[in-house]
Ligand binder design. Sequence first.
Ligand SMILES: [Zn+2]
Length: 124
Amino acid sequence: MFSHSTPEQSACQVKKIYSNNNIALVWHVKNMLEQQGIEVEMRNHRLYSVVGELPVTECMGEVWVVSALYYQAAERLVSEMELASLPEFDAWVCHACHEKVDGTFAVCWNCQAAPADLAVGASE
Ligand SMILES: [Zn+2]
């Protein structure tokens, strides 16, 4: 994926489609667009912080569409996704300790219990 002909050429084609400081959502957008056949790359400000230009606390993730031809289609998919309310990222309440757990965590941040809903099954 690092085989672009010239940096200048790819820079004017690549467009940012999505950014969020919730890295799980950024991954979700990237995977969704790839499943639709749209080539994307993910950029993370933490990479740049290694150089020392940004504070380490800043970890905004970004999804960039590699070809501007797909930008409009990607934009539509992203807005549809946002409207679909992402049930898998909803916050949930731990059945063991009753703490509210952010939807991006697979297990309870407090006691490491798995969400009860997942054990029941994937039926809607
Ligand atoms: Zn818990």
